[in-house]
Design a protein around this ligand. Structure first.
Ligand SMILES: Cc1cc2nc3c(=O)[nH]c(=O)nc-3n(C[C@H](O)[C@H](O)[C@H](O)COP(=O)(O)OP(=O)(O)OC[C@H]3O[C@@H](n4cnc5c(N)ncnc54)[C@H](O)[C@@H]3O)c2cc1C
Ligand SMILES: *[C@@H]1O[C@H](CO)[C@@H](O)[C@H](O)[C@H]1NC(C)=O
Ligand SMILES: *[C@@H]1O[C@H](CO)[C@@H](O)[C@H](O)[C@H]1NC(C)=O
Ligand SMILES: *[C@@H]1O[C@H](CO)[C@@H](O)[C@H](O)[C@H]1NC(C)=O
Length: 719
């Protein structure tokens, strides 16, 4: 009675079994229509699953479409695992939704579902091995040694935790899932014939085994295997380190080989209708061999493109967190971009523009809850510079992202200073709220009246007066000072000491922004941009500003010492964030070059444009490699011994990134310099990096000095 009312053309999911989800009153039905033409034996059941199986199709998010008197839901089913019908971003989202659903199924409490009797108790893996062995033996037509070896290996290497029991689907694959017609949301999971209770990793390995297919599946690098595993584990709240994933992957291949053998056997006796059934015979041996190969592995990776992460040693924890950050960017940060841009469009002419868009605060809370917070600080995050550099690259892909993870300048540098040099009281008062993201800060070194790239020129005075210091002077380019939440400044100034060297005349001191005499004069623009989201860049005057003597950091005359410590690793992070920005620019460039045509061909078919694309890729790769080399050197030899590399990186990266952005602007034409693309503001921002933290020329002089020194050492060594 239900069929009559369906509008097939509307609901059919392409060439596959048309599948319908029906809801009438309290009841839900999933119907699959027999498709035209022959198919594999298992696929062509037209079943009323709600009747046949105890818990039918699992309906996760019922979404109801009105269709005459019935409520009808239709969704998408994808037959080809590489999902050729959608773009890469959507494919990634669909796979993520799939794996989240699996984690959800595995998190169900069997008791409360009334399924405590559903399975056959502990020993699922043992039963699986013997079941599939039996099935295979019954269908085998020739002797395949790999298959026998694999069976034996599995039987001898059953996991110690074979008593683990969750709901098991048994055939969890993307083509058994109904997705929302437009969104990347799972509506229902089908085909519960093999469901039982047992070890959840069996489902997980089976759902991800295609990553290890003998001839790797074309096009599926995004999402990566690691990403899916990491999401699954996060959803279930378990660690991503499985000691025995090799068993479960090997088991999945064994099972697949067994199934293929079965299909072939049915073909031999004339019971299989599919035209390609005879081809299944050829698959058994490669599947078994792959299963054997996987059984011997101890780590699994589907991505071979991130050479850089492997050339230099990335820690296991670093890899894990990097994955989580990537995931977080995809799931939460990229989608928020529009809302953030709208906020500034709306408030551009009011004082509201200095406040933070509400969505940013929400993102911060989420990142904090996931532990993706303060990753820049090794003592807090447990990450090295190399680990963090790769993370910084990810966050650099969107201009507002670093703050989401509490990893944005200048707060990071200031937190480093307080962490390394602050007293206990200073830490309690300022470092703690900064680490929690409750307040922000600024750094006041550069002065309008003197050439500040030579910091010994600095004139702002810090004078002792009894139990206080009194500060007088002008600063500018104090980034972040416009943020209403900016509560404290680290001010560098001169504490005169005639008996000390040029480099011991300056000190750093903490100045609460609400101290009388601190005056924000004006925001400075960067090529016309006020950079509100980062709190702007302000000119600030200090007129008889009095703070307690205990606000001095590390002691009088030690400003340069602190400045050295502040700017080592921080520069590398800046560089890696810029490389993330360059990746974004190159992505935009390629998209545009493929979208538009001039003089009869696509932009990228003009050779000059193709070459720009290639040159940009070269620049990015070179810049990244140097940055990672420097990060790795800091990790292994320390800040001081990596000074030359830090300086080189600081010069190379902004150059490379500017070149990429410039090319991207050119390819985007007029649009490239407009507000419709992020390129103009990116260019403005990256251009300042050739000045901020010291202009290129100062770094080049440093590099030359070290080079000459290194060469002279070589000379003396020869003699
Ligand atoms: C967007 C932005 C944000 C900033 N944020 C901060 C901040 O938060 N806090 C802060 O204190 N400062 C900040 N700065 C300031 C920045 O650090 C300084 O602009 C920089 O150190 C250069 O100092 P200056 O502007 O006084 O240039 P100057 O010292 O006047 O130098 C001008 C030029 O002289 C040349 N030059 C200088 N030295 C040499 C040399 N040895 N050999 C050859 N040529 C040389 C270079 O071409 C240089 O660009 C920021 C700047 C910008 C643009
Ligand atoms: C499907 O199952 C439901 C619930 O058991 C039953 O009431 C209905 O008649 C079945 N429909 C068909 C078409 O078999
Ligand atoms: C072949 O199919 C028929 C009809 O479905 C079935 O009765 C028979 O048992 C099958 N034979 C084998 C060997 O599976
Ligand atoms: C001034 O510098 C000298 C030499 O570095 C040092 O011994 C002395 O303690 C300094 N005076 C103050 C007040 O810091």
């Amino acid at each position: 009675m239900l069929f009559v009312l369906l509008n097939l053309s509307l609901c059919s999911s392409g060439q596959s079994n048309p599948t319908f989800y029906l809801r009438k009153g309290e009841k839900a039905y999933v119907l699959r229509k027999k498709p035209h033409g022959p198919l594999l034996p298992r696929a062509h059941k037209v079943s009323n699953i709600s009747q046949k199986y105890q818990f039918t199709a699992f309906v996760l998010a019922p979404e109801i479409y009105s269709c005459t008197s019935l409520h009808l839901l239709c969704g998408r089913i994808f037959r080809d695992l590489s999902l050729p019908e959608v773009g890469p971003a959507e494919r990634s989202a669909l796979y993520i939704a799939m794996i989240e659903t699996l984690a959800q199924l595995h998190s169900f409490d069997l008791q409360s579902l009334g399924l405590q009797e559903y399975g056959r108790g502990p020993g699922y893996c043992r039963r699986q091995v013997s079941t599939w062995k039996r099935q295979y033996d019954a269908a085998a037509h020739t002797d395949i040694p790999a298959m026998n070896q694999l069976a034996e290996w599995l039987a001898n290497n059953l996991p110690a935790d074979d008593n683990e029991e969750t709901l098991i689907h048994g055939d969890f694959r993307i083509d058994n899932i109904i997705f929302h017609p437009k969104e990347a949301r799972v509506l229902a999971v089908l085909d519960w014939e093999l469901s039982t209770t047992g070890h959840p990793l069996a489902d997980l390995a089976y759902a991800t085994m295609f990553y290890f297919w003998p001839t790797s599946l074309k096009g599926l690098v995004n999402p990566s295997f690691e990403e899916l595993i990491s999401i699954y584990c996060r959803c279930r709240g378990i660690s991503t380190t499985f000691s025995n994933f090799n068993f479960f992957l090997a088991l999945s291949f064994f099972k697949m080989a067994g199934i293929s053998q079965g299909v072939y056997a049915r073909y031999l006796i004339g019971n299989a209708s599919a035209e390609n059934s005879h081809e299944f015979a050829k698959m058994v041996q490669p599947l078994a061999e792959q299963g054997l190969e996987l059984s011997k592995r101890s780590s699994f990776s589907s991505t071979h493109d991130r050479i850089s992460g492997e050339l230099f040693h990335q820690s296991k924890k670093g890899k894990e967190i990097l994955l989580k950050v990537k995931q977080f960017m995809k799931q939460h940060v990229y989608p928020a971009e529009k809302e953030i841009i709208e906020y500034y469009d709306r408030h551009g002419n009011t004082e509201e523009k200095w406040k933070k868009p509400p969505v940013l605060e929400r993102l911060k809370e989420m990142a904090k809850a996931e532990g993706l917070w303060n990753l820049f600080l090794p003592d807090v995050s447990g990450l090295g510079q190399l680990d963090y550099a790769l993370i910084a690259e990810e966050t650099g892909k969107r201009f507002f992202a670093p703050e989401v993870f509490n990893c944005h300048a200048p707060d990071t540098g200031n937190m480093e200073v307080l962490h390394m040099y602050g007293t206990e009281e200073q830490k309690k008062e300022w470092l703690e709220p900064l680490l929690e993201g409750k307040i922000s800060s600024c750094f006041c070194m550069t002065e309008p009246d003197v050439a500040s790239s030579d910091a010994t020129n600095m004139r702002c005075s810090i004078e002792r007066d009894g139990n206080s210091y009194v500060i007088n002077g002008k600063k500018w380019w104090s980034s972040g000072a416009g943020n209403p939440n900016c509560k404290v400044a680290i001010v560098m100034g001169k504490t005169k000491n005639s008996s000390a060297s040029r480099y011991k005349q300056h000190s750093m001191i903490l100045v609460p922004m609400d101290t009388p005499g601190v005056k924000l004069i004006r925001p400075l623009s960067v090529f016309g941009y006020l950079d509100e989201i980062h709190g702007g860049h302000f000119e600030i005057h200090f007129n008889d500003v009095r703070v307690p003597a205990s606000n001095i950091i590390l002691g009088e005359g030690r400003g340069f010492e602190i400045a050295q410590g502040r700017l080592g690793p921080g520069r590398i992070h800046h560089c890696m964030r810029s490389i993330g920005a360059a990746e974004t620019a190159l992505e935009i460039m390629c998209q545009r070059a493929a979208e538009r045509e001039t003089f009869g061909k696509k932009l990228y078919h003009h050779e000059v444009v193709a070459h720009w694309i290639a040159e940009c890729r070269l620049s990015i790769e070179q810049a990244r490699l140097l940055t990672l080399k420097t990060a790795s050197k800091i990790d292994t030899l320390g800040n001081r011994r990596a000074r030359k590399e830090v300086a080189m990186t600081k010069v190379v990266v902004p150059r490379a990134v500017l070149k990429v952005i410039d090319c991207a602007i050119q390819v985007c034409g007029g649009g490239g310099v407009s507000q419709d693309f992020p390129l103009a503001s990116l260019f403005a921002y990256i251009r300042t990096l050739r000045l901020a933290d010291g202009p290129d020329e100062v770094h080049l002089s440093t590099i030359a000095r070290w080079e000459l020194l290194d060469q002279s050492k070589k000379l003396t060594a020869k003699i």
